[in-house]
Ligand binder design. Sequence first.
Ligand code: DGL
Length: 268
Amino acid sequence: MALIGVFDSGVGGLSVLDEALRQLPQYDYIYLADSANAPYGEKSSEWITARSLAICKYLDIKGCDAIVVACNTATAEAIQQIREALPIPIIGVEPGIKPAAMQSQNNIVGVLATEATLKSDKFNALLNTLPNDCQFIIQAGAGLVPLIESGEADGEETLELLAKHLEPIQDGGADTLVLGCTHYPFLRKSIRKLLGESITLIDTSDAVVRQLKRQVETLKKDRSEKNFGSVLFLSSKNEESLLLMAQNLLSADLSLHAVEARFLGEMR
Ligand code: DGL
């Protein structure tokens, strides 16, 4: 049975793990949250690359058959180096600006992502491939990740900060908003409170997991009697709080899986 590594700077990648558990519950997973170092989005490009590479090498050594870099920031800065360094399929995530441009009715799209993602060459190259009849209103979500990491996704402080970040997007008349950081799907409720029900929210977890499925199927490791695989949660900060956050944030029923949580001492 395939063992899949899912990695993020913290709890954001749980939004991708959730979709993976829904579509591919039979696989075994290691979810690695580098919460001791979150947020990545305000760190240097060199630091993000080195750390993301070290974590993916660790997951490879632990026996992962494929790795999902469930972090837009790490993907933007390091995916190429990770792919060059490791012999297994590496699946990245990137802001869904293409599907957003296709779905927008008025051709005005808001993009909320980390500063590092928005500044990256990869994101700007992607932006340049899109036709210029679509207007993008780009906004860095500074300060949001630490609030989500501390379990405050629905809190007052988060709502206030989010209101500030979304103001230019709302004033600009966007009918579509790209959630360009895997932490942000956990802000759905707060975003809906501020922007209403009519705005289209774009999150690429579904497409990322379909891509994972295609890649793992080529490995021919998905034959098993089990319907539900195991999930090992690893945290560089606090494994109990990671498990608690996972139980709160995931819509998947973790009780169907063999679950364990461990402190990631060796990667601190
Ligand atoms: N979840 C991340 C992303 O998708 C990282 C956020 C951060 O650590 O700043 O970009």
